[in-house]
Each structure stands twice: as structure tokens, then as C-alpha cells.
Design a protein. Sequence first.
Length: 356
Amino acid sequence: MVDDPVSTGALKRALVIKLRHHGDVLLTAPVFSALKQAAPDCEIDALVYSDTAPMLADHPAIARLHTIDRNWKKLGLIGQARAEWGLLSQLRARDYSLVVHLTEHKRGAWLTRLIDPRWAVAPRRKGEFWRGSFSHFYPWANHPRRHTVETNLDALRRIGIQPHVVDKRVIMVPGAAAEARVDALLAEHGLAAKQFIHLHPASRWLFKCWPSDKVAALCNALHARGHRLVLTAAPDDKEKALIADVLRGCSAAPIDLSGQLSLKELAALTARARLFVGVDSAPMHIAAAMGTPTVALFGPSGELEWGPWNVAHRVVTSNHSCRPCGQDGCGGSKVSECLTTLPVEQVLSACTELLA
């Protein structure tokens, strides 16, 4: 037990800050569940970037979802100052007794000082300003064999809150509107729940992607075994181009929903899939959160820190001695040999195991 725990009975409102990408934000979901379990009378808010807000929207343990728009900096000095002041006013009005900062983002330190909670916990890092901004610190050396969910929960462990196993689940709530639209799309294509495989081969970081010709070959092999397939991608030109290349190599065209779904709708879709196949990206984390068996392809990133969490899964990767390197492709080339050399048969075998 820690010798300086936070009094959960004294917690009236808490703010959890996670200013990162979509998948990173989704993997903070257990922090809210565990904190609510430990302090049921506490109102728990979140602060994230506005584009990542759907990952936590409607989480049952979150009272309010505050956002920072990355485009504020385009408003000019006065416009950005007004937006920042508006956010700070909202946060100060909530009168937080606890701030949980889950990254090394310096903005969290500034906000914590201005909010002035009774307790504040953050990763340990150097610098007097940082050390003077928080009351508690937890280790931030991302252990190569420790999942990100557990690292996030370390913030609560440091203040004396031990999460229960059930609280470690990553959850995402699609919502009624997303559910209805996806049901309509599936009906339009003659599909029912658990009668298709969902493939999301793209990522905003192309060095995390498997070659399109191999994705197409996998689609052909799965189709030959009688499976119906649905392809998705973000509404990004590079991702849509990858899907177009895949479709050109397919003998029987999968249903193409690339660029057509919101994040909530993507969650609703993958929840209805029999199997999800994708690379290390937010959609892979969404699939795991929805409880869909997941085949995840990993190259430069580490599957032990970022792999599918708390779901039946298979990780497909190579035995390159240099991985996981965390680099944007071999030699900065945006092409990762540990992914491009993965054989189709290896991925197909992983799919077969989970489908069985």
C-alpha cells in the first residue's frame, strides 16, 4: 500500500487528461471505470482532443467530456486565447479535487496548476516546473512487456486505488444512431451479424500497413472458404488509395465501406463482425473493446504494449531481431520489412484458428 493515498471519500470531482491519438485515448477507458468503482460518489470528467472524443463519449463513468480543438491555433492569437480561456473557465468551475494526467504533455502541468486541485498525479519526469505541478508521481518508463492499459492504471495505483479485474475492460459505446445506421447498411448488403469478416488494413501511418497485394490475397483466400468480407478505412486519401489497390486485386469484391463510417459507426460495425483483421491502429483497439475476436498484424510497434486487450486474438508478426523498433519504416523509409515480408499463409492461419 502507498503511504500517501488519496482519500476516495473526499473526492467530489476528478479530471482525467489524455492528450494523444485515438487508440491511446480509448485505452484510458479502464481508468474511469476503476476510479468510479473506488469513488462512486465522485463525478469524473475527461479532457481529450476533440477529434478523439468519440472514443470516450457515453462512457458510463464519465460525467463530462471536455475537449481541446487542435485547430484553435489557426484562429489567430486572440481567437486561440478566447478558446483557451473558455476551456479553463469550464474546468475551474468544476472545482476538481483530483487531476489524473496520463501523459508527459506539458499542457497538463499548466492546466493542473491553474485548476489547483487538492491532489494531482502524473508520470514522473524531470524539471522543477513539472515536479511542482503534481502531488503524486508514477513511473513512466514504458516497460516493453507491460500493456498500456496497465501503465495507465498505474496512475490510480500510485494514489492508493487498486483496480479490480472487471474494471480493466476497455469499453466503447457506439450509441443508438450508429447502431441504426450500421444495421441499415448491413441490411442493404444482405448481411446479418456474425456473418462477415471485417478487415481494416489501413492506418494513418503507412509504415504500419501490410502490402495491398497481400491483403487482396488474404481476401481471396477467405472468400474461397465461403466468408463474406467488409473493408473499411478512414476518409483519408492515402488510406482510400490502399483500399482501392486491394479491391483491384480481389477476385470477388468485398463490401467497401471505406471513408463512409464515423468512429462510433465503425465500433457498431466491428461489434457485428465474426472476426476483425487489421494492423496496429485505433480500429484494432475498437474491435477488441467491442469483444470481437481480433487478428492483429504488428511490425515496428510492440504488441506487448499495444496488442488487443482482453479479447480472443492472434498477433501476427515477424522474427526480425530489430523489432519492435518504433521507427517509421526501415531507415525512415516508411516501409517496414517486418510487415512486408509477413506471408499470407501466416495471417490466414491465424484467422482460421479464431474462426474455429
